[in-house]
Design a protein around this ligand. Structure first.
Ligand code: ZN
Length: 455
């Protein structure tokens, strides 16, 4: 049996890297203003006296800049540091985010970003949070046509509604649900919600402009345009249902690869449609819009020869979105109701596209061994040893499985201690010759690994 390890063909996910690089360059070019006295390379200190170096910009908003930071003396320890602009208003925004993330229901919620510390540095209020991976927006850039596959759609919607259920039960509206504020945690196998800068208590909005264009509910558009004139009367309609409208917009976007309401296409911000302003029995025009989008999407989403299962899923997706995009906020489903929707409770098996998109600490190697190798215990152990040796060059490995039973016979699964080591293996191993075969890599979702359900 050959054990030749040929020349490694370094696989780079160039498209992804380009997107990230361009995005970072763009961010670095945005001027934060003269009063912003924190820069890449600076070393800051948290409340416990630990020093952290700011390595790169991970995101930027109007009130703060999010950095990736590395612990001085422990380079493997990395966090996200959110540096707010100096000033009382920004100190309040920082305090608000800290307070919301300290609420017990949010601390118990695994889809909520973990906040680690709050301190002031050089006059800037700062929050230290766990470092997360790609946003939904970045994940869409990596998917063919910008459309996410079904397992990922279901997982993302489950996670988003999970955190909203916790937030809404505390009477808090997030106020800025959008793909850029939802980040993937490879270590925990969950999508997490970030950025609570626009959050407010039900019926008590405290900011002038809420929700981002494209994800803004009709009642928020009214608030943003006219709260100066209407004051209290207008705020009465702003409650957690505004977030649900955004959920509908995101669901349509990840299914279709396009924004449902896009200012680039010249779409106006949604307002209550003429049907909903008139007869209570008339059909909402946004429902008709969803029908049109799904008619157009049918050939790409369900393919030329759809099965009964495809039809069911397709109609469930449409029904789910229709329940979010209703003009009158009181008629939208709540996060708890949507979590019970059949779309989210159906068993969907991850496709190879899903397993390429969602990083996890579990490496899945295909095309590793043939029947002769697998039937011989000594050869099997030899293969396992060689794979472990190769993988250990990327980082510490917890365990390795080489199943001999169908349908996963011939595949190898390697659990890494850290997901970023697994990501390097997934990117660098494809094309490498092992045992006279060319390796094929993917990630196994953590939820499957936890119950040793191998694919
Ligand atoms: Zn309507």
């Amino acid at each position: 049996m050959s054990r030749t390890v040929g020349d490694r063909v370094v696989h780079t996910n160039s498209f992804t890297q380009d997107v990230k690089k361009n995005w970072t360059n763009k961010l670095q070019s945005i001027e934060m203003g003269k009063d912003f006295r924190v820069n890449i390379g600076d070393v800051i200190q948290d409340n416990g006296g630990t020093r952290w170096q700011l390595l790169s910009i991970r995101g930027q908003g109007t009130c703060c800049c999010l950095y990736k930071a590395q612990c001085i003396g422990d380079p493997r320890s990395v966090v996200a540091v959110k540096v707010f602009r100096p000033g009382d208003n920004f100190a309040l925004a920082c305090e608000k985010e800290w307070d919301i993330l300290q609420i017990p229901t949010m601390q118990q919620c695994r889809q909520s970003v973990r906040v680690l510390d709050r301190f002031t540095w050089n006059g800037h209020p700062c929050l230290m949070e766990e470092l997360l991976d790609a946003s939904v927006k970045e994940t869409m850039h990596q998917a063919p046509g910008g459309r996410l596959p079904l397992f990922t759609i279901q997982l993302f919607l489950r996670n988003l509604l999970g955190v909203l259920e916790h937030l809404h039960s505390a009477g808090i509206v997030h106020g800025d649900i959008k793909p850029a504020n939802l980040l993937w945690s490879p270590e925990q196998g969950a999508l997490k919600l970030i950025d609570f800068g626009l959050s407010f208590f039900d019926h008590r909005p405290d900011m002038r402009y809420l929700q981002s264009p494209g994800y803004r509910s009709p009642e928020t558009t009214t608030w943003n345009n006219s709260h100066a004139q209407q004051g209290e009367a207008c705020s009465a309609t702003l409650w957690s249902a505004a977030d649900i409208w955004s959920v509908g917009c995101i669901a349509m976007e990840i299914v279709s690869g396009e924004k449902l309401f896009s200012s680039k296409r010249g779409d106006a911000e949604p307002t209550v449609c003429p049907s909903c302003q008139g007869s209570p029995t008339a059909r909402c025009q946004y429902n008709q819009l969803i029908d049109q989008w799904f008619d157009r999407l049918a050939p790409t989403v369900i393919g030329p020869a759809p099965s009964y299962y495809d039809y069911v899923l397709f109609s469930e997706l449409k029904d789910f979105i229709s329940r979010c995009l209703v003009c009158h906020s009181s008629q939208r489903d709540s996060a708890s109701q949507l979590r019970q929707h059949s779309l989210l409770n159906r068993l969907i098996v991850p496709s190879i596209h899903d397993m390429m998109l969602l990083p996890s600490p579990i490496l899945r190697l295909e095309n590793v061994a043939d029947d002769i190798d697998l039937d011989n215990p000594a050869y099997r152990e030899g293969i396992k040893f060689s794979i472990l040796e190769i993988c250990a060059s990327f980082g510490p490995v917890v365990t390795c499985l080489l199943p001999t039973l169908e349908p996963v016979r011939g595949r190898v699964y390697v659990e890494f201690q850290r997901s970023e080591d697994c990501t390097r293996a997934v990117r660098k191993l494809p094309g490498m010759t092992f045992n006279n075969r060319t390796l094929v890599t993917a990630y196994l979702p953590l939820s499957l690994w936890a119950c040793r359900q191998l694919l």
